[in-house]
Design a protein around this ligand. Structure first.
Ligand code: ADP
Length: 176
């Protein structure tokens, strides 16, 4: 394993329950709540999270905004808005990469050392899972090479199938 690869891992579970400094939320542009990961995070964090989100004025696709974690174990939630899949020719790949990059930049700006990501855009937003996983792992690997303070990044998988895929892509990355 290379230095970068040792900082990355995939785990199965509910991201809202993780004990890391920051968890990433796959939100929608309003930041005012949705289903999937977003619903789970807001339920676990409590109503104060939505109150803070209301003050943020939404978030552009490919960008990210940070809030406190309130009732979560995580100190921060970094809300990012993934692209809705439209067939692959509407800049979706670059926008998804931008989500991962912006989240890590915000994390570093707040001295976060450990962060967990869900599989952004692969639920309601319909991004093909294998393609999204390649982008997630490649982008995070490249960005953390320039952010030494981020020592631990976890990809949180909501099923065994997703976990198996992430592990395969991470193993391939180890040998690059
Ligand atoms: P998007 O709208 O960006 O597609 P979703 O929340 O619909 O976001 O789904 C993103 C991914 O997160 C999907 O792969 C989904 O299975 C997964 N997911 C849903 N709930 C959770 C959770 N509580 N923890 C981790 N991953 C989750």
């Amino acid at each position: 394993m290379t230095g970068q690869a040792m900082r990355l891992s995939a785990v199965e579970g509910d991201i809202a329950r993780l004990s890391v400094e920051a968890i990433v939320n796959a939100a929608n542009a309003s930041l005012l709540g949705g289903g999937g990961v977003d619903g789970a995070i807001h339920r676990a964090a409590g109503p104060q999270l939505l109150e803070e989100c209301r003050t943020l004025g939404g978030c552009a696709t490919g960008d990210a905004k940070l809030t406190a974690g309130y009732g979560l174990q995580a100190r921060y939630v970094i809300h990012t808005v993934g692209p809705v899949w439209q067939g692959g020719t509407a800049g979706e790949d670059a926008l998804l990469a931008s989500c991962y990059r912006r989240c890590l930049e915000l994390a570093a700006a707040h001295a976060v050392t450990s962060i967990a990501f869900p599989a952004i855009s692969t639920g309601a937003y319909g991004f093909p899972l294998a393609r999204a996983t390649d982008i997630a792992v490649a982008t995070v690997s490249a960005v953390i090479a320039t952010q030494p303070a981020i020592t631990r990044v976890q990809f949180v998988c909501f099923s065994r199938e997703v976990l198996a895929l992430y592990r395969q892509v991470l193993a391939r990355t180890d040998h690059d």
